[in-house]
Design a binder for this molecule. Structure first.
Ligand SMILES: [Zn+2]
Length: 267
């Protein structure tokens, strides 16, 4: 049944916006191919198209199951497209009896965190026409997955903000490669939570962030090719051991990095 439904869905999409690549679930994405001379709208906004009419949409952690796209052809004819996201659930960890004071950062730390957040946000503002987003992503690092996207801790009954990265544990100094091509938009030597941090623009609003590094090997403005060594694993920032926290965002929505890569190769 599921097969026929997805077949029907792909037939519907073929006539309008062919899915080039997709992962239809919360935290996932959709790369579509629009017919020539058409425009694509999502949430009332016109999406930028590549030279060959491709476009990207990302779905956040709490994205609605039903997503709507609108295509407008050269004659002004509108077609609506419905994308159905697969249901998914997240890991929940409940911890009780934690000393609240230990959890709360000091006022100085809060100010610093705020400033660092705006720096990172500013670095992700450019809506560039780089096409790294459409490459077949590779793992930036292989190792034990020590944290997954979307998981949430409930401390003393209060939900904390979810974990949005994919944590890969590896010895300090292990090389990290670019999962896809792009341009370096931010390098930071020491963020409160994230430590040494690097942000790469993959184009069309898609950004990778690499946290807790020991060394950054690239500079802001530098073009990066897929597979190029960009940084070394570290334990900088608020961590308990050396690992890479890899995060992906599309225009503010936090996506699941695990949905961009194939199964991890055996080590
Ligand atoms: Zn993490």
């Amino acid at each position: 049944m599921k097969f026929y439904l997805s077949l029907l869905l792909s037939l519907l999409l073929c006539s309008t916006a062919l899915a080039q690549k997709d992962n239809l679930q919360a935290g996932g994405f959709y790369i579509g191919q629009a017919p020539a001379d058409s425009r694509v709208f999502y949430r009332g906004e016109s999406l930028p198209l590549t030279a060959d009419n491709r476009f990207l949409i990302g779905f956040g952690r709490a994205a609605k199951a039903q997503q709507q796209l609108k295509l407008v052809d050269r004659a002004g004819q509108e077609t609506s497209l419905s994308l159905q996201l697969q249901p998914r659930s997240y890991k929940i960890e409940k911890l009780e009896g934690i000393n609240k004071k230990k959890l709360a950062p000091s006022p100085e730390a809060l100010l610093r965190i705020k400033q660092e957040n705006s720096l990172a946000q500013a670095a992700r503002q450019t809506l560039s026409t780089l096409t790294g987003f459409s490459e077949d992503f590779i793992w930036p690092l292989t190792g034990r997955i020590s944290g997954v996207y979307g998981s949430q801790r409930i401390l003393n009954g209060e939900p904390r903000s979810p974990h949005y990265g994919l944590d890969i544990a590896a010895p300090e100094g292990s090389p990290i490669v670019a999962p896809a091509g792009g341009i370096v938009r931010l390098t930071h030597s020491d963020m409160f939570f994230a430590g040494k941090t690097l942000i790469i623009d993959h184009g069309y609003g898609l950004y990778s962030s690499f946290l807790h590094l020991s060394k950054i090997l690239v500079e802001v403005g530098e073009p990066i090719e897929q597979g190029e060594t960009i940084a070394l694993v570290g334990a900088s920032g608020r961590v308990t051991g050396p690992h890479l926290d890899w995060q992906i965002r599309w225009r503010g929505a936090r996506l699941d990095p695990a949905l961009w890569v194939p199964e991890m190769p055996r080590q």
